[in-house]
Design a protein around this ligand. Structure first.
Ligand code: PHE
Length: 476
């Protein structure tokens, strides 16, 4: 069982591999397999991928290490870790909890799609390949169907998080993540063998920088943060469960590499096939649900069916190991800071998330409120991925660089000098100076482009929410 208050000794991960797999489980999810390919497709391909990789290496790695170090040092979750050091920083944690809540306002909708596709594939979806595209469009805009699946998906989260951290999450991740990886490799090989597939690889890996604007750069930064589960206290919370003798640098390296590897592999699995099928790279959020089933249909027979089933089972589990980490951020805040029982915290927060998801899901069928012409699903996505996570990551770096002492950080990261980390100085400089400035520059560029593409008002709304969080979080 996980601990309930910070006064008790904190539950730690069962084994080293268990922790790496759990953190990788949080990172690898819909962000890699659903979001990365379609965002790359919409953002022009190679140049986006190139910038995303730069951000992962120079920003993502350092921010993840920072979050692990803060979490393990304080032994507290998102809000408590800041609050216990300096009350004025509480708002950074609160912003993280808010991000968790909002991401969980749309993530389970997509998780529900993945779950539904296990049954759709089982029910004969692959036997009519021509209908796969329309079937997806019809499904997500249907009022009730996706809501039912979302509800079931959310319930699975509740069951896992209710059991506490090392019970459910660790086991599921250990078995199903490697399986998903293998299936992605099989799908990639199959896709690459199709005639005309090379154009897809070129699209994905040959940068055409004429397609880059502020929007693309911000999308790449947001993708790096979203995919690595950064900027919202998730890795701080997970870090608080890491044993003192674990090597944080190595763990960060492994998690970052796995996450990025899966994203690239998902791209390789999808783009060659798309080009071979003559589909549009900018097909949007339906990409994985349309291209992958078509590929399996192409394989035909029992092999195609079994692989398709395993793929969507794997995708659902990958999504689950991520969404439970999002839920855990909100839940551990309610337990640690508000003194709620785990069961009350889990049920209370998932009811709110469920309500947000209902509005988000309906918005895809054109039902419900819009703001500046944008539906709720997209608003939650834009606010978190394009604004809150990046700002959260920037604040984490400023906190570590300017509020914590260099020697404390060095002690935490090197386990009191036991582990050598020759790049400590570089990491520290990145965290203290370069990353905050880089994020600020990207954010300003992105907001400017946001205005050009009609999304500026939502970005301003996001900044407004951050300011309000700053003002009101003193009460939390
Ligand atoms: N990284 C997860 C994914 O790629 C999503 C996530 C974001 C999880 C932020 C936790 C925190 O699907």
């Amino acid at each position: 069982m996980a601990t309930s208050t910070s006064a008790q000794p904190r539950d730690t991960w069962g084994s080293k591999l268990g922790f790496v797999m759990a953190a990788a489980g949080s990172a690898v999810g819909l962000g890699n397999i659903w979001k990365f390919p379609y965002t790359a497709g919409e953002s022009g391909g190679g140049a986006f991928v190139f910038i995303y990789l730069l951000f992962v290496i120079f920003i993502g790695f350092s921010v993840m290490l920072t979050e692990f170090a803060i979490g393990r040092k304080t032994g507290l979750s998102a809000v408590g870790s800041f609050k216990s050091t300096d009350k004025r920083w509480t708002f950074t944690g609160v912003l993280g909890v808010l991000s968790g809540l909002l991401i969980m306002g749309f993530y389970p909708v997509v998780g529900g799609w993945a779950l539904a596709y296990i049954f759709k594939v089982g029910g004969g979806l692959l036997s009519t390949p021509e209908a796969i595209g329309d079937s997806f469009g019809g499904f997500i805009s249907h009022p009730m169907q996706p809501l039912t699946w979302m509800g079931i998906y959310l319930l699975l989260n509740v069951v896992i998080v209710m059991k506490g951290i090392s019970g459910g999450i660790e086991k599921a991740g250990k078995i199903l993540m490697p399986l998903l990886f293998v299936i992605l490799i099989i799908v990639s090989v199959k896709g690459l063998m199709l005639p005309g597939a090379m154009a897809g690889l070129e699209f994905l890996f040959m940068p055409d920088f004429s397609k880059v604007d502020g929007n693309v750069v911000l999308a790449a930064l947001g993708q790096a943060f979203f995919s690595l589960s950064l900027g919202m206290g998730c890795m701080i919370t997970y870090g608080s469960y890491i044993k003192k003798k674990e090597n944080l640098v190595q763990t960060t390296g492994m998690v970052t590499a796995m996450d990025t590897g899966v994203a690239l592999l998902a791209g390789i699995a999808m783009f060659p096939a798309m080009f071979a099928f003559g589909m549009e790279p900018a097909a949007g959020p339906g990409l994985v649900f349309v291209v992958v089933p078509q590929l399996f249909a192409e394989m035909g027979g029992a092999v195609g069916l079994v692989l398709a089933l395993l793929f969507f089972i794997g995708l659902t589990v990958a999504a689950l190991t991520s969404s439970v980490s999002l839920l855990e951020v909100v839940v551990s805040y309610l337990i640690d800071e508000k003194g709620l029982k785990r069961s009350t915290a889990v049920i209370g927060s998932s009811v709110v998330m469920g309500l947000l998801c209902i509005i988000a899901s309906l918005s895809l069928g054109g039902v419900g409120p819009t703001l500046f012409g944008t539906g709720v699903f997209d608003i939650f996505d834009l606010l978190t991925d394009k604004i809150f996570l990046a700002v959260g990551g920037m604040l984490v770096c400023i906190f570590a660089g300017w509020r914590l002492s260099r020697s404390d950080l060095e002690k935490e990261i090197t386990n009191d000098g036991e582990i050598s980390f020759p790049l400590f100085g570089l990491w520290y400089t990145l965290v203290k100076y370069i990353i905050p400035v880089a994020i600020a520059v990207v954010a300003v560029m992105g907001i400017k482009s946001g205005f050009d593409s009609g999304k500026g008002a939502i970005m301003l709304l996001g900044i407004g929410i951050i300011v309000l969080t700053g003002i009101f979080s003193k009460k939390l």
